[in-house]
Design a protein around this ligand. Structure first.
Ligand code: ATP
Length: 586
């Protein structure tokens, strides 16, 4: 079996596994679908009998002379029953489908959450969004429109063939059976491999388009400034072109299949006409033709759902791949609790991205009340250390807090104790309060206001008419870069972490605002909060108890700033000289 086929089979089992307790209602929907189709068949047969009687054809002795009341009454009652059953089929089928989709969504969101921030770091958020939305919607066909039509096609065709055999003999029955096999089995197989490939291309193009649009929306200012819009449009055109080509190819195959189906339908009717007509059985011919109309409809539905199913399975494969993707960073099976405070010990820390080792042999102890600064050239590995401290990435070596290896505790517990505030913090849609709390309970408005004031956002808050209820846009449109950074810092400080990791998180602040932030941090440091700070501005790291200078992924120097500055050849001294030169050239 090819890899793609194996993946498809695995995806189908995965879908069924997601909703296995809904299979009973799905079977019920199939039953309703069968009954609806059979009633349709009955109505058409009765109409045929009526027609035969009107035309006065011989050959249908059955009920020929018993008036019209029962015939019209039966058609009416069957019509009513069909309406009710159709409603039930649609209701149960779609209920199962939507419940399944809801479950699938929950499962996908849980998978995304497990993978965050690792998956987000792959920067495929637009593609993931397509998986979480349109791919899940496509799977609806699998649940609502696969089993019921397939079951009713088999039942209706078997019963019609049997009834034709009993009523009119072997040859008409074989013609009818042949037509069913062609329409329900042979024609749906025409071009199916191509259809599968087209469906996969369409789903991939949908993901790529979403990715492009997400990137374009997030970077609209950049695109605008650099006139990059046309380039994005071009890439979008290429992607829609690929999807369009797949759609055209699918359309051609669909047209061929529809033509073949019509040929089979009319060919079989002609064959019956010749067979029964030459035998003078015109009455039988009319009734068989009437029975064939709804039964062909039932069998043709197979072709329709096989088309939809290709899309559905292509989406299912994408969902399955995402849901079963094993994130590198996961919670341990039996997480240990973390103490409220303790030493952060980093031993032999190493970090690689794929084959590239970017950091090795980093050792560090951070005690309550310590301020440790990581400095070094761009790309020397500072942010990677910060990411490892909150297990946002994989690493080698050991990081422990209060004697507990951080891989032995839950990610949630770890990220309560060690909080990372990065340079490009974001705001989420909601009020200022929502943005600060992000679901945290037990913090009063007064506490929130106090932290904002401490960070120099008090006067800004007063200017907001709705105070903490002021809504912020998706990307914090109303906030400046520096305000967003301070909001992110406030978000961290109200959580009272044992260790605050600041990765260039004051880079957008003016000197006065940064001073306020550093003072707020100093107050908490005196209450035993430890700080790991990354900054390019050496003035910012002046309060550090220990400075680590990273150079090409290793610790090149360590010590207090006064010790490092005492050596004019130290990297730190060189950095300090360059910084002073920048401020006071010449
Ligand atoms: N997600 C990633 N995938 C691959 N390589 C990465 C990734 N993140 C960082 N790197 C690489 O790791 C190295 C260290 O990056 P890191 O961001 O830790 O450095 P840094 O010292 O914080 O840099 P800067 O001061 O510019 O922020 C760089 O060479 C970078 O290209």
């Amino acid at each position: 079996m090819s890899r793609e086929k194996k993946h498809t089979v695995a995806s189908i089992f995965w879908l069924i596994g997601t909703t296995k307790d809904l299979l009973a209602p799905l079977a019920m929907a199939s039953l309703f679908s069968c009954l609806t189709r059979l009633i349709s068949l009955g109505i058409f047969v009765l109409a045929g009998i009526g027609l035969v009687r009107v035309l006065g054809f011989p050959g249908m002795g059955l009920l020929q002379s018993e008036g019209w009341g029962w015939l019209i009454g039966l058609i009416f009652l069957l019509g009513l029953a069909k309406g009710v059953l159709r409603y039930l089929e649609q209701y149960v089928g779609h209920r199962v489908a939507f419940l399944s989709l809801a479950r699938l969504r929950r499962r996908m969101y849980a998978a995304f959450e497990r993978q965050a921030p690792f998956t987000a770091a792959t920067k495929n958020s637009g593609n993931l969004l397509a998986r979480a939305t349109s791919d899940i919607d496509k799977v609806e066909v699998f649940f609502a429109h696969t089993l019921p039509p397939a079951v009713s096609a088999v039942v209706v065709s078997a019963l019609t063939t049997w009834a034709t055999w009993i009523q009119f003999g072997q040859e008409p029955a074989l013609i009818v059976l042949g037509a069913y096999v062609l329409i329900g089995l042979v024609i749906p197989a025409v071009g199916v491999r191509k259809l599968r490939r087209n469906a996969a291309k369409t789903a991939a193009a949908r993901g790529a388009q979403n990715q492009l649009l997400t990137e374009a929306m997030a970077g609209v200012e950049v695109l605008h400034s650099f006139h990059g819009g046309n380039e994005t449009l071009q890439r979008l055109r290429e992607s829609t072109g690929a999807a369009g080509a797949a759609a055209v190819s699918t359309g051609k195959i669909t047209a061929v299949r529809a033509t073949l189906t019509q040929l089979v339908i009319w060919g079989s009717l002609m064959a019956l006409f010749i067979l029964l007509g030459t035998q003078g059985q015109f009455g039988a011919l009319v009734v068989v033709a009437c029975a064939l109309v709804p039964s062909f409809e039932a069998v043709r539905a197979v072709d329709g759902f096989i088309l939809g199913l290709q899309d559905s399975l292509a989406s299912a494969r994408r969902l399955h791949a995402t849901a079963t993707f094993k994130p590198a960073v996961i919670d341990p099976a039996h997480p240990q609790a973390l103490s409220d405070a303790g030493e952060l010990a980093i031993e032999d820390l190493g970090i690689s991205y794929g084959p590239n080792t970017v950091l090795q042999d980093v050792n560090l102890a951070v005690n309550p009340g310590d301020v440790v600064a990581l400095v070094g050239a761009s790309g020397s590995g500072k942010s990677s250390v910060a990411a490892a401290l909150v297990r946002a990435i994989e690493y080698t070596g050991t990081i422990s807090f209060g004697g507990v290896d951080i891989t032995e505790t839950s990610l949630a517990a770890l990220r309560q104790k060690i909080i990372l505030v990065s340079q490009d913090s974001v705001t989420v849609r909601g009020t200022i309060r929502d943005n600060l709390l992000l679901g945290l309970k037990g913090i009063s408005d007064d506490q929130l206001v106090a932290v904002l004031e401490e960070l120099g956002l008090g006067s800004w808050l007063i200017r907001q008419k709705a105070g903490l209820d002021t809504r912020l846009g998706e990307r914090g449109a109303r906030l400046s870069g520096g305000q967003t950074q301070r909001l992110a810092l406030a978000r961290a400080l109200i959580r009272e972490p044992a260790i605050l990791v600041l990765d260039e998180s004051t880079s957008a602040l003016d000197a006065q605002s940064e001073l306020l932030v550093l003072q707020a941090i100093e107050r908490r440091r005196q209450e035993a909060m430890a700080v790991v700070m990354i900054s390019h501005r050496l003035a910012t790291v002046g309060q550090a108890t220990t400075i680590l200078v990273l150079d090409e992924g290793t610790v090149a120097e360590r010590g207090h700033s006064s010790e490092l500055l005492a050596n004019p050849d130290s990297l730190f001294s060189q950095m300090a000289i360059r910084e002073v030169d920048r401020i006071l050239p010449g």
